[in-house]
Design a protein around this ligand. Structure first.
Ligand SMILES: CC(C)(COP(=O)(O)OP(=O)(O)OC[C@H]1O[C@@H](n2cnc3c(N)ncnc32)[C@H](O)[C@@H]1OP(=O)(O)O)[C@@H](O)C(=O)NCCC(=O)NCCS
Length: 149
C-alpha cells in the first residue's frame, strides 16, 4: 500500500472512488462521463485542490483525501496567506480499519501545512470524528459555521 499525491493520471481512479462514495446517496453520472467532468473541473482549478491517494500494487486506488487550499486576504508584507480544508475522505469499505484513512488525512494535512496553511479544518461525518481527533484536529470555539435555513 502506498500513499502519494495524486496527479492527472489518477483522475479515472479518483472519479471511480468519488462515484462509489456518492452512489445511492444522490443522483450520479455514469462513471465514464463523470471522469471527464472531473478532469475538466480539476484542470480549471490549478493549485486550488490536491488529493492524496492510497494505491495497491498493481496500481488500484482504494482511498483518497482531498484538501482545498483557500487563499486568505493578504496582510502588508504577507501576500501568500492561506488556510486549508480537508474534504472528501473515502476508503473502499473492504480496505477500512487498517489506518489508510488516517494516513491519507495526515499526508494531506501535512502537505497543506508545508505550503504555509495557517490552519487546516475539516467538516467531519459523525463516525469519522475520532480519526481526526487522533491526528490532532480539535474543536475550536472560534471556528463558527452558518448553514442554509
Ligand atoms: C472515514 C474513513 C475514511 C476511515 O477510513 P479507514 O481506512 O477505515 O480509517 P482508519 O483505519 O485510519 O480509522 C478507522 C476509524 O474510522 C472511523 N470509522 C469506522 N467506520 C466508519 C464509517 N463507516 N464512516 C466513517 N468513519 C468510520 C472509526 O473512528 C474508526 O476508528 P475505530 O476503529 O477506533 O473505531 C472510512 O471509514 C470511510 O471512507 N467512510 C465513509 C466516508 C466518510 O465518512 N468520510 C469521512 C468524512 S470527511
Amino acid at each position: 500500500m502506498r500513499i502519494s499525491e495524486a496527479d492527472s493520471g489518477d483522475v479515472a481512479g479518483l472519479a471511480r472512488l468519488l462515484w462509489v462514495n456518492a452512489h445511492g446517496e444522490e443522483p450520479t453520472r455514469p462513471p465514464d462521463t463523470f471522469a471527464g467532468e472531473l478532469a475538466r473541473w480539476w484542470a480549471d482549478r490549478p493549485g486550488s485542490h490536491l488529493a492524496y491517494v492510497a494505491r495497491l500494487d498493481p496500481p488500484e486506488l482504494v482511498g483518497m483525501a482531498w484538501v482545498a487550499l483557500v487563499p486568505r486576504v493578504p496582510r502588508p508584507g504577507n501576500l501568500g496567506r492561506m488556510s486549508a480544508d480537508i474534504q472528501t475522505v473515502f476508503v473502499l469499505p473492504e480496505h477500512r480499519g487498517r489506518g489508510i484513512g488516517s494516513a491519507l488525512v495526515d499526508a494531506a494535512a501535512e502537505h497543506a501545512i508545508r505550503l504555509g496553511a495557517l490552519h487546516v479544518t475539516v467538516h467531519s461525518g459523525h463516525r469519522a470524528v475520532p480519526v481526526y481527533e487522533r491526528l490532532g484536529f480539535a474543536s475550536s470555539p472560534q471556528l463558527l459555521q452558518r448553514s442554509p435555513d
